[in-house]
Design a protein around this ligand. Structure first.
Ligand code: PGA
Length: 246
């Protein structure tokens, strides 16, 4: 099956309404939208605000809570995100796993909540530097992937996306080597293809206009999850052009 490549710009806790609008205004009419899937992930407060300005870019949330409703102060549900037109949702980003103590079990519940609301989950997995140096990368990745897979029904028709983001590559300017990326993507693909029919595997961690072409040329890399380099319109555009081979 030919899969369209996907680029998601994860804005994290950045951009005001004014700067988000400037970003979108300056890209309008300059992106080819048929060749690839392109999405931005603004803070949840801004999802509703950017939605009418998207001209075909897709909307991604950065986080979700797993219950549908109830006494969960400060949270929002997948159903509520879906009402805002959200198509993708990042789940278990390493910043959430480390700063907000999200466990594999929570990540699995959030994945199920997204599927329940017809939102495509983008599940982040990745090893720390210490885990890589101790040669535990495969064990960590397998544990993180299996925690999600084991909680899903036996065959899932909806798309599920995994994003391999080595922790030490995020925001550091260091990317994993092409060989390391290929090896982990192969492992993930072998694990998930037994359960999932429809999946993509992204790479994330210091992706930039300089390295996106070589990373996305790896056959098992179906796209990228980009933080820092997705914040400025010029750099977002440069990455899209490289991704599309322009
Ligand atoms: P980065 O972030 O591109 O700034 O390394 C990636 C991410 O955290 O998703």
């Amino acid at each position: 099956m030919h899969k369209k490549k996907l680029l998601i710009g994860n804005w994290k806790l950045n951009h005001s309404r004014a700067s988000a609008k400037d970003f979108l205004d300056s890209l309008k009419g300059r992106l080819k939208l048929e060749k690839t899937d392109l999405a931005i992930a603004p803070v949840s407060l801004m999802l509703d605000f950017v939605r009418p300005e998207l001209f075909g870019l897709k909307l991604c949330a950065q986080n979700v809570f797993y219950e549908e409703k109830g006494a969960f102060t400060g949270e929002c549900s997948a159903e509520q995100l879906s009402e805002l037109g959200v198509e993708y949702c990042i789940v278990g980003h390493s910043e959430r796993r480390t700063l907000f103590f999200e466990t594999d079990e929570v990540v699995a519940k959030k994945t199920r909540a997204c599927l329940r609301a017809k939102i495509t989950p983008v599940i982040c997995i990745g090893e720390s530097l210490a885990e890589r140096e101790a040669k535990n990368t495969n064990a960590v990745i397998s544990r993180q992937v299996k925690a999600v897979l084991n909680s899903l029904p036996s065959m899932v028709a909806e798309e599920v996306i995994f994003a391999y983001e080595p922790l030490w590559a995020i925001g550091s300017g260091k990317t994993a080597s092409l060989k390391d990326i290929e090896e982990v993507h192969l492992l993930v693909s072998e694990l998930i293809s037994k359960v999932l029919q429809n999946f993509r595997i992204l790479y994330g961690g210091s992706v930039s206009p300089q390295n996106i072409a070589e990373i996305t040329a790896i056959p098992l890399v179906d796209g990228v999850l980009v933080g820092g380099a997705s914040l400025q319109a010029d750099s977002f555009l440069a990455m899209v052009e490289k991704l599309q081979g322009a």
